[in-house]
Design a protein. Structure first.
Length: 196
């Protein structure tokens, strides 16, 4: 665990989705005005997650599918993907939700040295038209949780069983970069953008 100014960075390793989600919800529910913001760096074992406004459907494989309380559609998490959960008090920082989404996307774009871009109406980050990072957040009483998933060095095949983020035929790509190092760089970019 590292404390950078008022942001705690926790490195959790490869952890199951449901207990991590429950811990994020508990942290958000129990925090107060003085609780430092936290960034949780981790990976998940293979799992599909579905946002709160999307019907639950079952891909044609054995990977579990879980309904969550974040925004966004269906996505895949698995080893080799950097998951950065951003437990940030947006109200305390005077950051609006759209600006926060922009900030998370910009952190990935900065990390990829300008090789990546946004797509209008399609949250996330893209390289040559293929999605490299997905975003999904939830805000309760001005406090955000969930965050960004960046494909660093993973098996992309499970994405082919779904319409990633609800877009049929959407291609996905990855960085082919070390997960741990990529996660550290992404956390640093997010901290820098939060404190800008």
């Amino acid at each position: 665990m590292t404390l950078v100014e008022d942001i705690v960075v926790k490195r959790l390793g490869c952890v199951e989705y449901v207990p991590t989600w429950q811990a994020m919800r508990a942290f958000t529910r129990e925090r107060d005005e003085s609780t430092p913001d936290e960034l949780w760096l981790l990976e998940h074992p293979p799992v599909y997650t579905v946002g709160q406004g999307t019907p639950l459907s079952r891909p044609a494989n054995d990977i579990p599918v879980l309904k969550t309380d974040r925004g966004g559609d269906i996505t895949y998490h698995g080893p080799g993907q950097v998951v950065l959960y951003t437990l940030v008090d947006l109200a305390r920082r005077s950051i609006k939700v759209k600006r926060f989404v922009w900030l998370l996307e910009q952190s990935v774009i900065d990390l990829l040295d300008g090789r990546a871009e946004r797509k209008p109406g399609a949250p996330g980050v893209y390289v040559d038209g293929a999605k490299i990072a997905a975003l999904g957040i939830r805000v309760v009483r001005g406090r955000a949780y969930h965050g960004v998933a960046l494909n660093a060095d993973m098996d992309l095949a499970p994405f082919s069983a779904i319409d990633p983020c609800g877009y049929p035929g959407l291609r996905v790509t990855q960085m082919n970069a070390p997960v741990r190092e990529t996660g550290e760089h992404l956390a640093n970019r997010v901290i820098r953008n939060l404190d800008a």
